[in-house]
Write a protein that binds this ligand. Structure first.
Ligand code: PHE
Length: 387
């Protein structure tokens, strides 16, 4: 019996050596097999137990258990060591430097090493998204090429309603024979019934189609109009629609939302005025105007004169952003018209809504004192680099 115990104790030294020598996880598993596997050294010794008395078996069993415990301890220590080695080797061979030092802005006119950044409209859009998601709103999206139904029909513009004229846009033409069969004989361009959306209010309809009230959404995006382009009108611009639909919604809720929006964006209370405004999809409808921050509500702006006129010389000109009025329309809004709710299958006796259509370009112009809306799309780096 003493021989067996000595044999077991001798295994410990051998095992420690073999484990230390194992170069990877596979070799380690093999060492474990060699000692405690079916054909392992310990198993061989244990087969001889049959010839011993129960007491002697107990003694040998104890030694065997002690050995197993020691073996486990050595194996797991070695395993941890191998894993660590593996990762530090990976860190050496697969090292990726993720820290990039952006090139510095170059001198004006030299664009070679210019590093781009987020467009000022996107910066403000993201800030607004933060503000509204913090108030439980979801951000939703809709297509820029729309059908007449989502842009006009479902928003309570009947086919021949004069309000359609306020939002003329670009219509798509079918190529070679698409569209109604009766039109195919005509030599005129054929309308496919699609248009570039004139406002983000289309997403009000899309949200009502796909979501169940109560709901709160915002929908930022690009819109298009067939506009006479000037300092405050562009053919392509950005809006952010907002809509809440719930069982009880008031003008008070709407005003609170818009006030929060403006104070958060400007970091201070701004001067606003509310006027009645007509949009077929709201009732009542309003225009919320902001005091023009480009001319400080004066309607007049100081313009620098050429250097030849002497240092600091300037002249007062009418402010082109607010059209000399001192006020800028930024937030048309209102309570959702019952016909809009009906077109989405909602009962206006049960559900009410409020909506606004923020003019993003104009808001950004107020934020930064930008005097001409055409700068946004001009692609001029001298302009963009300032934000
Ligand atoms: N969609 C309107 C426009 O672009 C603005 C608007 C949105 C008005 C929501 C009321 C409510 O002119």
């Amino acid at each position: 019996m003493a021989d067996l115990i000595a044999e077991i104790q001798a295994l410990e030294g051998k095992a420690a050596q073999a484990i230390a020598a194992a170069a990877d996880a596979e070799a380690l598993a093999q060492v474990a097999q060699e000692f405690t596997g079916k054909k392992g050294a310990l198993t061989g010794i244990m087969k001889q137990l049959a010839s011993l008395t129960p007491e002697q078996r107990g003694e040998v069993g104890k030694a065997a258990n002690a050995f197993k415990a020691k073996l486990d301890e050595l194996l797991s220590a070695k395993e941890a060591q191998l894993t660590e080695l593996k990762f530090s080797a990976l860190a050496e061979t697969e090292f990726l430097d993720l820290s990039v030092t952006p090139p510095q802005f170059s001198a004006v006119g030299k664009t070679g090493d210019y590093c781009g950044h987020i467009h000022p409209i996107t910066q403000t859009q993201r800030r607004l998204e933060q503000i509204f998601t913090s108030m439980g709103f979801s951000i939703v999206d809709g297509p820029q090429v729309e059908d007449d139904y989502h842009n006009f029909g479902a928003l309570n513009f009947t086919d021949d309603h004069p309000a359609r004229d306020m939002q003329d846009t670009f219509y798509t033409q079918a190529q070679g024979g698409a569209g109604p069969a009766a039109d195919r004989t005509s030599s005129l361009p054929q309308a496919t019934g699609h248009l570039l959306r004139t406002h983000t209010s289309t997403v009000q309809i899309r949200a009502l189609e796909s979501m169940k009230p109560p709901l709160r959404i915002i929908a930022p995006g690009r819109v298009f109009r067939y506009e006479e382009v000037d300092a405050s009108h562009e053919h392509t611009f950005y809006q952010m629609e907002g809509m809440i639909v719930d069982r009880k919604v008031s003008v008070g809720n709407l005003l609170h939302l818009m006030q929060t929006l403006l104070t958060e964006v400007f970091g201070k209370q701004v001067d606003v005025r509310l006027r009645p405004g007509y949009f077929p999809f709201v009732e009542p409808g309003f225009e919320l105007d902001m005091k023009c921050l480009v001319c400080n509500g004066r309607g007049l702006r100081e313009d620098g004169l050429p250097a030849s006129a002497g240092p600091g010389a300037s002249v007062l000109r009418g402010c082109s952003v607010c059209k000399h009025s001192g006020w800028v329309e930024v937030l048309p809004c209102g309570l959702v018209h019952p016909n809009v709710l009906r077109s989405a299958g909602l009962d206006p006796a049960e559900w009410q809504g409020a909506a606004f259509g923020l003019g993003l370009n104009r808001l950004v112009m107020m934020q930064h004192g930008i005097e001409d809306i055409r700068h946004f799309m001009a692609g001029k780096l001298e302009f963009l680099r300032q934000f």
